[in-house]
Design a protein around this ligand. Sequence first.
Ligand SMILES: [Zn+2]
Ligand SMILES: [Zn+2]
Ligand SMILES: [Zn+2]
Length: 475
Amino acid sequence: MTAGNMELFDAGQKGRGLRARREIITGEVLLAEPSYAAVVFNSLAFQVCHSCFRRQANLHRCAQCRFAHYCDRTCQTAGWEDHRQECAAIRRSGTAPNDNVRLAARLLWRRNKDQGLASDSQLVPVDQLQDHLEALPEDELKKLELDVQSFLRYWSCGTKQHPAEYIRHIFGLIKSNGLTLPDQRGLQSVGLGLFPNLSLVNHDCWPNCTVTLNHGNRSAVSSTLHSPLRIELRALGKISEGEELTVSYVDFLNLSSERQKQLKERFHLDCSCDRCSRHIGDDLMAAAAEGKPSADAVKEVTAFSKETLEKVEKARGDGDHGQVVKLCQECLEKQEEVLADTHLLKLRVLSALAEVLSCLRKFSEAAEIARKLVAGYAKLYHPNNAQLGLALMRAGVAHWHAGQVETGHKMICEAYRIMMVTHGPNHSITKDLESMRSQTEVELKALQQVLDMKNQPMTSSSSAQENTKDFLRKQ
Ligand SMILES: [Zn+2]
Ligand SMILES: [Zn+2]
Ligand SMILES: [Zn+2]
């Protein structure tokens, strides 16, 4: 089976896989697939549009079930075909069941309608995806059984009944293949969806592709120009003809043993990728500082850092920003002479601290911390990794707000370059970056003009610009 520039093939031990049918260039979209079925999490049902999955204020409520919410009429109309039967089922049962049950029902309504293949380019029928039920531990199976019972009650008035065994398989495949969907700024997970073709792409800890959710465009004047919510599989670099396409199911910033553990638990797979078999990156992620501290000191600071990160997590949950700053600063001081700048525990503390300092609008301090963070990330991540791009964007904004416009502008440009590869020109994050790039450029030019007017020698040092900015403020 083929679809556009890729085809299904037997990937040996990994089972089915997808490979390129011709040479692919960096940033090329290999697959753009609308969700086969998707739901907004119940907990966010009133804050996220059930059609385009954007997080918005003032959503319009479905007058019939009072559960589904939409940006506007356009989104409601576009989402009606997927919501019609759900709307009736929620009204019948008086309440919406949990996320998994709603997704399973949406999947089966769709399945009944189109017999499993939504389009010519769908490579396998949705119910032929793997369920990995045999690998589920006892307590997970019990939870799954509760979902099956809940589903049968919810579905009871549906037209076609399904045997419990089949429903179990559907819940298993949702568990193995369901993808959490972020909001339009990539800040929060807001829902769960199924994308049959994407499910065929195997994992690699150092993948050649990345997955992005595009929320589509329904703002165009003509509805023929509207585009739906879809995932996009994009090439992180050049891919040769015949090469297998891979994505990473877990964050690369973990030691190989930890990644393998996560992959086994969540996806029932044993990773034998190059990074894992040769433990590439582990040395940097667990490195001691250059001054060669004693093994005991490393052990002590490692334990202290882990404890601190737990406390930080709790303080963040409580919204106690002051406490997060205090804990992180104390920990960074201890780590300074002992752990390297690429050590995972140091990066996690830096990440938490930069985020909170930005929230507190302490931009100069946030900028300094964020600069260390991206320097560490850059040594570990693939140069086109989206996480690196997002970190650069946050660091760039912190520098800009701290008045360090030139450094901020450079970081924003670099973030923009990465996002053009991983998210493409039409994603809202890329568009945000594009507008920040031009704003910082205008500010830089204005600063330069003031410098020229004052007839000072040309300089590009940020301290000179600092002075000029102060001068501008005083005018
Ligand atoms: Zn919407
Ligand atoms: Zn409704
Ligand atoms: Zn691996």
